[in-house]
Design a protein around this ligand. Structure first.
Ligand SMILES: [Zn+2]
Length: 282
């Protein structure tokens, strides 16, 4: 089978940078030897990017399926794109095959295009690896596909799935991404990685039942506000068959509730939470 077909099927433009200064507070929670939580509040380096002449960061969201990027980081993507940051999305399996409610592949691409337009995504890189069967693809093929996306987008900050996610495709995407982001240590032409973050996908990451696994433990919170939250819901609603009725985790009420809870953990007005797995400061 010809798994690693790559198709860049949409290359939109960045939204116009808004002149206002928006900071992305970053909450780092670290554990002391006494197991008490020590909280340090820092700012993302890109918090001052709205100033003219400041270099923008390049982000890459590596996910298994269309809609994972919105569920995990939609409001953050929107926030970043609004201040002129370059946000790219790499989807491993863009196929509609084995997808609930089965939109055809063209419909799924159109849904993704509408969604990414709302969020201000610069570029989508889409693979055709088999849906719900990423475990059948050689690990090296997945890694090389992500490495190519990293090279082409010059990604500095990478978001991907948490490795304890229940979904098998999410697991293999996360494992492959962890290998791929090490690329800068092997190739001089690769942009050095600044940070790797794991995200949570409602209805999947939260269903990590194996207590032997290291479960999603957020230590980075991005305040998204009401605007970011509603843009996330609007973007997610572009995918037919994804939203469910309350109390499903992919219902409007549950998504809003999670954003409120994550915000409350960090003293913020709605937030998305991430687990920073690797951070490199020069
Ligand atoms: Zn998924």
């Amino acid at each position: 089978m010809d798994f690693p077909r790559e198709e860049v099927w949409w290359n939109g433009k960045l939204p116009i940078c808004t002149p206002r200064l928006i900071s992305i507070p970053r909450l780092i929670v670290s554990r002391t030897p006494l197991m008490s939580w020590v909280i340090h509040l820092k700012l993302f380096e890109n918090s001052l990017k709205a100033r003219e002449g400041t270099r923008y960061m390049t982000y890459l969201i590596v996910v298994a399926h269309p809609d994972d990027e919105v569920l995990g980081a939609g409001a953050t993507i929107y926030k970043l794109s609004q201040v002129g940051e370059g946000v790219n999305v790499c989807i491993m399996s863009g196929e509609a095959n084995a997808r609930n409610n089965r939109p055809n592949t063209d419909e799924l691409k159109n849904d993704a295009r509408s969604c990414m337009s709302i969020l201000g995504v610069s570029r989508i890189i889409e693979g055709a690896f088999p849906n719900i069967e990423l475990n059948t693809v050689p690990h090296l093929k997945l890694v090389q596909f992500i490495e190519k996306a990293i090279i082409e987008t010059k990604a500095e900050v990478v978001f991907t799935h948490h490795p304890s996610d229940l979904n098998n495709d999410h697991l293999h995407t996360s494992l492959s991404c962890q290998s791929a982001v090490r690329l800068f240590q092997r190739r001089n032409d690769a942009t050095p990685l600044k940070e790797l973050l794991f995200m949570e996908v409602p209805s999947s990451t939260d269903w990590a039942l194996n207590a032997a696994m290291h479960r999603f433990t957020p230590n980075t919170f991005v305040e998204v506000g009401e605007e970011g939250l509603y843009k996330k819901i609007e973007a997610l609603s572009q995918y037919r068959g994804v939203m469910r009725d309350f109390p499903h985790p992919r219902s409007i009420e549950a998504i809003k509730g999670l954003a409120a809870y994550r915000g409350g953990q960090a003293g913020m007005f709605y937030a998305e939470a991430f687990e920073s797995a690797f951070r490199r400061e020069i």
